[in-house]
Design a protein around this ligand. Structure first.
Ligand code: UDP
Ligand code: MG
Length: 326
């Protein structure tokens, strides 16, 4: 079997070398024991530091490694997609470049894959995370699982093994707005999850700011259902019924006590509250329209600026050089 390891990298120059060394140590062991072959597909997501040069070196020195480099930063989703597209393996493992996904776990994934699981998912504990982030995550997952059609699990990320069949299924979903947590869950197949201890990032910094996380969370809610639209509808109906009740009450009151003019506060509150609600609803609709807009443009998910995947393998290159030398 050929196993591909897909590694999205964005500004990881400080750590890719170390990552590569750790992974290849582990892969060498596995090759000996299990007789699998491995390939490493690095995706440089438009890094602005020396990541590309590092990858170029790695790929030149190690025939297992290849890389694809984007013309700019397209985001991790696009990088993973490219990795899956370029991977040729019978199974693919997706891994972060920052060593937060321990390479030693690949062995466990392969063992579970052997047992017939088509998705082997590593779930991290939240050890070392800030309490606020842990609580926010917990609340988010409770909310989102009520809202969307697929089930998302806290701590489950992109670190997983996919069978060829699962990879092809993921690639079959051509949507532009890619929320891979949802996509992987949507694809299904026989899946299993195991837990590993969260490791802090060793070098460089996480690319997730609070704002980015918030947007990502919203993406998740909007990509997998139309329940926010449904909720807007219900909210509208609720407000209409409340308003009718209030109107009826005012009529009754006027008949009993005669017409009474004060009430401008009520009026003001009603007007501002209602226009707020309307803006939110227009916003929700706008989000979906925006998504449709991006989908119909059918732009590519990424542009490749440099790659060595078409370059002949190292053995061939060595003979080329010999020929040039003579
Ligand atoms: N990454 C990427 N493109 C981006 C942001 C991140 O390819 O725009 C890669 C990054 O190099 C790393 C992985 O995605 O290999 C996870 O990123 P990070 O460690 O910043 O996220 P965290 O572990 O904090 O969730
Ligand atoms: Mg990380």
């Amino acid at each position: 079997m050929l196993i591909s390891i897909v590694v999205p990298c964005f500004n990881e120059e400080e750590i890719v070398d170390r990552f590569h060394a750790r992974v290849t140590d582990e892969l060498a062991l596995l090759e000996g024991e299990l007789g699998h072959e491995f390939e490493l597909v690095y995706v440089d997501d438009g890094s602005r530091d020396g990541t590309l040069e590092r990858l170029d070196h790695l790929a030149a020195a190690d025939s297992r490694a290849r890389y694809v480099s984007f013309s700019r930063n397209f985001g991790k989703e696009a990088a993973m997609l490219a990795g899956l597209q370029y991977a040729k393996g019978d199974a693919v493992v997706i891994m972060d470049a920052d060593l937060q996904h321990p390479p030693e776990l690949v062995r466990r994934m392969l063992a579970l894959h052997e047992e017939g699981y088509e998705q082997v998912i590593a779930r991290r504990t939240r050890k070392g995370d800030r309490v606020t982030r842990t609580l926010a995550a917990r609340a988010y997952y409770r909310l989102i699982n009520r809202l969307i059609d697929v089930e998302l699990v806290d701590g489950v990320g992109d670190f997983r093994l996919l069978s060829r069949r699962a990879v092809d299924a993921v690639l079959g979903l051509a949507e532009y707005n890619r929320f891979s947590k949802g996509i992987f869950a949507w694809v299904g197949f026989r899946s299993t999850t195991f837990e590993y201890e969260n490791a802090a990032r060793e070098q460089g910094r996480s690319k997730w700011s609070f704002g980015k996380l918030l947007n990502y969370g919203l993406d998740g809610m909007l990509s997998f259902n139309n329940k926010p639209l449904r909720a807007a509808l219900y909210l509208g109906l609720l407000l209409v019924s409340l308003a009718s009740l209030y109107a009826a009450w005012i009529v009754v009151e006027a008949m009993v006590n005669g017409v009474d003019s004060p009430g401008y506060v009520t009026l003001l509150v009603a007007v501002t509250a209602l226009s707020g609600v309307q803006m939110v609803m227009v916003g929700v609709v706008g989000e979906y329209v925006g998504r449709i807009y991006y989908e119909v443009k059918r732009r590519p998910h990424y542009l490749v600026a440099a790659t060595d995947v078409d370059r002949p393998r190292r053995t061939l290159r060595a003979t080329d050089q010999e020929l040039v030398g003579t």
